[in-house]
Design a protein. Structure first.
Length: 188
């Protein structure tokens, strides 16, 4: 993406996050986002086909960046620490965009961000399994990834809805919820 397109995308990203903090994404209009971003409607459509799709792309990019920072690279690392670090960064991401996620996660009709999170967690689980970090006794890793990722979405949803959101407390609880073959302790 050239520099001008990157600046436009960054402005659109900031605008959709700002607006989605106060309104449901499905009620946002392209015109409203473009106006807030200071770009033309046509520029919006160069980057996305709908406000909801733009919001999901922006949030997905942040989540994917966190995964890449902590789970890519050298294979000889303490994977429990890497998993804890990426989980902590995901919690920080959820906290930053709390009002956006709360609206979506609380609505049974809107599964878009629940699905986004589940897909992110499943991809991370499959990456860890592919790298040999997770040694599940269940051979069908798709089932494992979906099961653990959906449970993780439920856990982070409950954490996000609390008034006392302590990432360390979440990580401690999460370590008791995941299967015993999950890397949760240093040296694991």
């Amino acid at each position: 993406m050239d520099a001008r397109a990157q600046r436009s995308f960054e402005r659109l990203s900031a605008a959709v996050l700002e607006l989605a903090a106060d309104k449901a994404p499905e009620s946002l209009s392209v015109s409203e986002i473009a106006r807030t971003a200071g770009v033309h409607r046509s520029t919006f459509y160069e980057h996305s086909d709908s406000p909801s799709a733009l919001l999901r792309a922006v949030l997905r990019d942040e989540l994917d960046d966190a995964r890449e920072r902590h789970l890519d690279g050298a294979a000889d690392r303490d994977w429990a620490l890497a998993v804890a670090a990426v989980t902590r960064e995901v919690l920080e991401h959820l906290e930053r965009h709390r009002s956006v996620y709360l609206r979506s996660l609380a609505s049974p009709a809107d599964g878009s961000l629940r699905t986004l999170l589940a897909e992110h967690f499943a991809a991370s689980i499959l990456l860890l399994a592919d790298r040999g970090v997770l040694r599940s006794p269940v051979a069908d890793l798709d089932i494992v990834a979906r099961f653990v990722s959906q449970g993780t979405v439920g856990a982070v949803s409950a954490w996000l809805a609390r008034d006392d959101r302590d990432p360390d407390a979440f990580l401690e609880v999460f370590a008791h919820l995941v299967p015993p073959w999950w890397p949760t302790r240093a040296g694991g």
